[in-house]
Design a protein around this ligand. Structure first.
Ligand code: PGA
Length: 252
């Protein structure tokens, strides 16, 4: 059985007050969910403690990025060991904003993935093509190469802690979503790349991200290779985020 996950990536948004109110209401609403979905809150690292306090063990918590080292003279960085120590279960790696604004390469993504797995946490590795790549018919090859390099250092026994999030760059924060057919096609392609790499591909959860909202989540989550969502904007509004979680079909 693959884990079903809906993760909220707050990006550089939020406050102490929002962490308390938003997470409190999500936890309250989530109590009535019975579709087996795991809800993950990924706030700015400085609010992890506040979010954990409100999550009360009912929601999982993650960080948006880590350095590739475990400790040392790296001013401004945090490590996956620290994320674990603080109570996180998940780490996001290789989000397209990290790749585009901070120059993260597939090789750096691979080093960070390795470090997260070494700490025993679950890594959510983000991949996705740009608009130019999609328009020139290169979407699948771009994503496939991000998967192959980004996950090249994963050892055989570590795959159970790997989740892949497919987020087309042109769909992030734009209000444009991939159609559920296009998303399914890419998810199936990612699964076949994973198989080809010798990973237990049928057990690896693949999330879709990019303008997922309450009105398009149901169609996306109904696809056989879409095991959940990575949600940006809509994760900052309790009602919207919880509606997305509710669209997960029960018993899948
Ligand atoms: P969005 O962001 O839902 O606001 O498009 C998704 C993401 O960047 O993970």
């Amino acid at each position: 059985m693959r884990r079903k996950i809906v993760a909220g990536n707050w990006k550089m948004n939020g406050s102490k007050d929002l962490s308390e109110k938003l997470v409190g209401s999500i936890r309250f609403e989530a109590e009535s969910l019975d579709n087996g979905v795991e809800i993950v809150i990924i706030p700015p690292a400085i609010y992890i403690g506040d979010v954990l306090k409100q999550a009360q063990g009912a929601l999982s918590v993650g960080v948006q990025n880590v350095g590739q080292w475990q400790s040392g003279a790296y001013t401004g960085e945090i490590s996956s060991d620290m994320a674990k120590d603080a109570g996180c279960r998940y780490v996001l790696v290789g989000h397209s904003e990290r790749r585009q604004l901070f120059g993260e390469t597939d090789e750096l993504v691979a080093a960070k993935v390795s470090s997260v797995l070494f700490s025993g946490l679950v890594v959510i590795v983000c991949v996705g093509e740009t608009l130019e790549e999609r328009e020139s018919g290169q979407a699948e090859s771009a994503v496939s190469s991000q998967v192959r390099t980004g996950l090249s250092l994963v050892a055989q026994g570590e795959w159970q802690n790997v989740v892949v999030a497919y987020e087309p760059v042109w769909a992030i924060g734009t209000g444009k979503t991939a159609t559920s057919d296009d998303a399914q096609t890419m998810h199936a392609a990612i699964r076949s790349v994973l198989k080809d790499m010798g990973a237990p591909a049928d057990e690896i959860s693949l999330l879709y991200g990019g303008s997922v909202k309450a009105d398009n989540a149901a169609a996306l989550f109904a696809e056989p290779d879409i095991d959940g969502g990575l949600i940006g904007g809509a994760s900052l509004v309790a009602k919207d985020f919880v509606s997305i979680c509710r669209y997960f079909p029960a018993g899948t």
